[in-house]
Write a protein that binds this ligand. Structure first.
Ligand code: CUA
Length: 334
């Protein structure tokens, strides 16, 4: 799908609004179980409290001769109170531990079978697959594969939401966030922006299409591929003048980028950072943020000159320099 393709409205009635979206990911069931447990317990608690208020109100209201037993003695009363507090405290701490454990598990980085870059902008979602295939306001993924989404935004904070997968993650400008999922049920599902981001926030939606692995391959093959991200990044690297300092023996003292990705970089201020996507992004848009030890802070910022897509292409190219195993794993040689 090309950039020019207009966002398509969802016509399939099967993707219509549902109170409980079809669970379509490996962890959807766990999220639902927690949700319904919380809902049931909260409902029981409210029903008990309101029920007691009404019952006592009717039975003991002023002017009514209800049978009033002798007041229980204070020690017993305190014990009953402490017992209740302990019971409810333990119960709800248990829920907290359960939810926390689930959250940590869902947000943990894992090995992924493929990474799809997703860029939010007012008011659409743009996705790019590893081979360069692009789509707007839709996301095609293979079933039973761990998909990593690398999210960012070109303007304001958006929130990428796939209710069927029970997945929601912010897309923050100037930063990459990640989300992981394994879709289990082929089909079409809703995709939303779940954070108010301007006038047409409510129209920032699309569909998630979960395909069998074969169908996904066919879909990639049958869809217009944009430029291969690595090749596009390489071209940008020349065009933008990066190569002038960072490639070959140029006489300009700039860190060598071969083997940089994934390595530990020593900084001028004594810190050490891992050269991941967020590091590379910052190095391009805000070079003074992390000055590499032994270098002068002379690199100009490229903020505002590159689109988020171009930054991702440059990162793809820089990563490819490490994948080929050329050069040393170092960004800190003088
Ligand atoms: Cu983007 Cu709401």
């Amino acid at each position: 799908m090309s950039e020019a393709t207009m966002p398509q409205a969802i016509q399939d009635p099967a993707v219509g609004l549902k109170m409980i979206p079809t669970p379509a990911s490996d962890y959807a069931g766990q999220v639902d179980l927690l949700y319904f447990t919380l809902l049931t317990l909260s409902g029981l608690l409210v029903a008990t409290l309101v029920g007691l208020i009404v019952w006592f109100g009717l039975r003991y209201h002023q002017g009514r001769d209800g049978e009033r037993a002798e007041p229980i003695d204070e020690r017993r009363s305190r014990r009953i109170e402490a017992g209740f507090a302990l019971f409810l405290g333990t119960l709800f701490m248990g829920l907290f531990v359960w939810a926390g454990w689930l959250y940590v598990g869902l947000y943990q980085q894992t090995e992924a079978d493929l990474t799809v870059n997703v860029i939010g902008k007012q008011w659409m979602w743009k996705a790019q697959h590893p081979d360069g295939t692009r789509e707007i306001n839709s996301l095609h993924v293979p079933e039973d594969q761990v998909v990593r989404l690398r999210l960012t935004s070109q303007d304001v904070i958006h929130s990428f939401s796939l209710p069927a997968l029970r997945l929601k993650r912010d897309a923050v400008p100037g930063h990459y966030t990640e989300a992981y999922f394994r879709a289990t049920e082929p089909g079409e599902y809703r995709m939303f922006c779940a954070e108010y981001c301007g006038t047409e926030h409510s129209r920032m939606r699309g569909k998630l299409v979960v395909l069998s692995q074969d169908d996904y391959r066919d879909w990639l093959r049958g869809t217009d591929t944009g430029a291969d991200p690595v090749a596009a990044g390489k071209a940008l690297f020349q065009e933008q003048g990066c190569a002038g300092c960072h490639e070959g023996d140029t006489g300009v003292p700039a860190p060598d980028l071969k083997g940089l990705y994934g390595s530990q970089v020593s900084l001028a201020d004594g810190d050490t950072v891992t050269a991941d996507e967020n590091y590379l992004r910052t190095a391009i848009t805000d070079p003074q943020e992390h000055v590499v030890a032994g270098y002068q802070p002379v690199m100009p910022s490229f903020a505002g000159q590159l689109s988020e897509e171009e930054i991702l292409q440059l990162i793809a190219y820089i990563k490819s320099l490490s994948a080929q195993g050329q050069g040393q794993a170092s960004g800190d040689r003088p």
